[in-house]
Design a protein around this ligand. Structure first.
Ligand code: B16
Ligand code: MG
Length: 218
């Protein structure tokens, strides 16, 4: 029996990807990597330092920077990003998600956050959602990122639930893989070609309701 939901943040609860892209593009320009949509898409769900490595590699610059220089570039990106997310308000919650979260609360489901973003607590606060969540997995404590199951295993622990009692909600293929690896039920939001590994697939956030989930689960 399902008793809790573990949520990804970016692309599921709010669209921070546009801010990440804006901030990373400045880094790409600085190091001389050509910025493309594909590169921006590939950074979704990837940790800050791994994102930087991908940007450097895309331009063939992976050996051009010392560890200290890399940390400085990542810090610059984050400073810009933190400025951009200061504009977030509850109006920036993706369509349908506030109603969905409220209905889960009203029905007694537990919720936890499985985001790799170190800025997740600030974002949830700006969106007015902090109190809805039992807890947030601390991404700094993770050994491996998505698609490794670790973050979703921890998200179940945060709710004191068995993975079998948890539905994980994701918009990225690597996240769906992580949920499946944690033996939770995976709910993918987006393109069914990309998210074909998901147990339940919804085209967009507005389509996700408790009723629709129950119907799909049979
Ligand atoms: P930060 P998620 C991820 O969020 C983003 O999708 C990814 O683009 C970002 O690099 C990562 O968080 C780390 O974010 O720099 O704020 O620690 O999808 O796991 O909610
Ligand atoms: Mg995501």
């Amino acid at each position: 029996e399902i008793k809790g939901f573990a949520f990804d943040l970016d692309g599921v609860i709010t669209d921070t990807a546009k801010f990440h892209a804006q901030a990373w593009q400045q880094v790409a320009d600085k190091v001389g990597t050509n910025w493309t949509e594909d590169l921006a898409d590939g950074l979704k769900g990837i940790s800050r330092m791994d994102s930087l490595e991908m940007i450097l590699k895309a331009g063939g610059h992976e050996n051009d920077y010392s560890q200290a220089e890399k940390e400085k570039l990542a810090a610059e990106k984050n400073d810009n990003y933190v400025q951009l997310i200061k504009t977030l308000t509850p109006d920036d919650i993706l369509p349908g998600m506030l109603d969905f979260i409220k209905s889960l609360q009203a029905s007694g489901y537990k919720m936890s956050l499985a985001s790799v973003s170190l800025n997740a607590p600030v974002i949830l606060k700006s969106l007015g959602l902090t109190d809805a969540f039992e807890g947030i997995v601390n991404p700094a404590s993770l050994k491996k990122g998505k698609p490794d199951p670790e973050i979703y295993v921890r998200a179940a622990e945060v709710m004191k639930l068995d993975p079998k009692q948890v539905i994980g909600v994701e918009d990225a293929a690597a996240g769906v893989t992580a949920i499946n690896g944690a033996n939770e039920t995976s709910l993918g939001i987006g393109n069914s070609d990309v998210l074909h590994e998901a147990d339940l697939i919804f085209p967009d956030t507005a389509a996700v309701t408790i009723e629709a989930i129950k119907e799909k689960m049979g």
